[in-house]
Ligand binder design. Structure first.
Ligand code: ZN
Length: 125
């Protein structure tokens, strides 16, 4: 879904997505971490550097509309998708919502790696 520059600026002025985490669904599934990758350098952008809006569309579907900021590139990367209570990600493609079950697994795995990296920095040998 293309995002206008005005909308990207508006989202950038919103609070960080980390303030909305964890997202807890009625069935107990939760999203503790959201990240994206910079459009230009592909570096990981953690939730703390992603600003925007979370909106509950249905009791089991939350919509994320946000922009991630990469300091290195000074660039905003837009994010727009929905997450359901099965932790599947839904993205709008050619006017239809497509559901990806494999994406969140890798998304969450990346988050876990990132969190683990933060929790225990590599020790010198
Ligand atoms: Zn970058």
């Amino acid at each position: 879904m293309p995002m206008t520059q005005e909308r990207a600026k508006e989202l950038a002025s919103q609070p960080s997505l980390s303030e909305h985490l964890p997202i807890i669904f009625g069935n107990g599934n939760r999203v503790t971490c959201l990240s994206t990758n910079c459009l230009r350098c592909e570096a990981e952008i953690p939730s703390a550097s992603i600003n925007g809006e979370l909106r509950w569309l249905l009791p089991h579907v939350v919509q994320v509309e946000a922009v991630g900021y990469c300091r290195q590139c000074n660039l905003l990367t837009p994010l727009g998708y929905r997450i359901d209570d099965q932790l599947a990600i839904l993205t709008l493609q050619h006017g239809h919502w497509q559901r990806f079950e494999s994406r969140p697994a890798s998304l969450l795995a990346r988050c876990r790696r990132w969190l683990r990296g933060m929790a225990s920095p590599p020790r010198p040998r």
